[in-house]
Design a protein around this ligand. Structure first.
Ligand SMILES: Cc1cc2nc3c(=O)[nH]c(=O)nc-3n(C[C@H](O)[C@H](O)[C@H](O)COP(=O)(O)O)c2cc1C
Length: 334
């Protein structure tokens, strides 16, 4: 993990991926204070709200943390300026190919740029365009997902890029043995979301946490696309009434598209706003029936509420145990 730690400025190269509504000051500072790397989820926040969230996080930790910005945010460049003003060290660009000038603007503000690479070709392109590190995220993950599994992405991308570049692996990681495997393949570190979402320091509603503790891997299903003209990015969440309501929402938006009431861009934004609202209902209000309980397939390995420090210690002990077993050296007590 040394390369990853050096890049992040953290003790361990375990990132807690940004989770809208969940990854706010409390969880982010707890992750960074425990030696990991916390990332604020900006989501649909305004620049003023992001400004306040970064300031509040800085008040809780002196360790580095990142900010995750969604590329389709209409005020992306204002948000980048807010990060620069605060001296945020790392900005993660999520939700699509970074728009022209955004990578340069982040670098000009002094921060490192981390991008999601959905394929090897795009990964190469992002690195050429100035990305300092990549995250490859498989479809086992919670939240918005691509079509390919983590294990296949890792095999396709790590052998070509990991020697010379920093690549972090995400999606479906619940235990340290899996971290050991990806490190051996050349990853600089890993990113987990689901495993941290219900930590003691997470502000998620007790009902949201309870749903996680009860769920098994097969409950975390990907949403289906209803209309071939309306390409929606699939979202992995626990099955409930809300996942059914999403199907109805897509039909409603497709009708609006038919009637010319909205264009494709507006239609897709409406879908994204739907998710942001639905996630808030589950995470903040605790409405686990109708809200969206975004969760990855590793949810079955989340059994109880634990402090972030214990989760990180367990992951490191498992990782170290696996690596020592392979080399025949006894594991050092964590
Ligand atoms: C509840 C939840 C909300 C998420 N929200 C976001 C988000 O706003 N932006 C983002 O880039 N990723 C988001 N993700 C993905 C995580 O950052 C992370 O990459 C993912 O959870 C890693 O896979 P895992 O869930 O299998 O550990 C979210 C994941 C979850 C579980």
């Amino acid at each position: 993990m040394a390369r990853g730690c050096e890049f992040l400025g953290s003790e361990t190269a375990i990132l807690c991926g940004a989770m809208s509504w969940v990854s706010e000051r409390n969880l982010v500072s707890a992750i960074s204070n425990a030696g990991g790397f916390g990332v604020i989820a900006c989501g649909a926040m305004t620049p003023a709200l992001l400004d306040a969230e970064i300031a509040a996080t800085k008040a809780l930790t002196a360790k580095p943390f990142g900010v995750n910005l969604i590329t389709m945010h209409p005020q992306l460049f204002d948000l980048i300026a807010v990060c620069a003003r605060h001296g945020v060290t790392h900005v993660v660009l999520a939700g699509g190919i970074p728009p022209k000038g955004s990578v340069e603007a982040i670098a000009a503000g002094g921060a490192k740029v981390i991008c999601f690479a959905p394929t090897l070709a795009l990964g190469r392109k992002l690195l050429r365009s100035g990305a300092d590190a990549l995250v490859i995220e498989g479809m086992e993950a919670g939240g918005h997902i691509g079509p390919v599994s983590t294990s296949v992405l890792a095999q396709e991308i790590l052998p070509s890029l990991a020697d010379e570049h920093l690549v972090f692996v995400a999606g479906g990681i619940g235990r340290g043995e899996a971290i050991a495997g990806y490190l051996e393949m050349g990853a600089a570190g890993v990113q987990l979301g689901t495993r941290f979402a219900c930590a003691s320091e997470s502000i998620a509603h007790p009902a949201f946490k309870k749903a996680f503790f009860r769920a098994s891997a097969r409950d975390a299903t990907a949403s289906v696309q209803v209309d071939p003209r309306l390409p929606v990015i699939p979202v992995r969440a626990l099955k409930n009434k809300g996942t059914e309501a999403f199907t109805a929402k897509q039909i409603e938006v497709a009708r609006k598209l038919d009637s010319g009431e909205v264009d494709m861009g507006a239609a897709q934004l409406e879908i994204e706003h739907y998710w942001a609202g639905a996630l808030r209902r589950a995470v903040i209000d605790g409405d686990v029936e109708n809200g969206s309980i975004m969760a990855g397939q590793s949810v079955g390995m989340v059994a109880k509420e634990e402090p972030v420090a214990d989760i990180i210690a367990a992951l490191l002990a498992e990782c170290e145990g696996a690596l020592s077993a392979r080399t025949g050296t006894p594991a050092v007590a964590a």
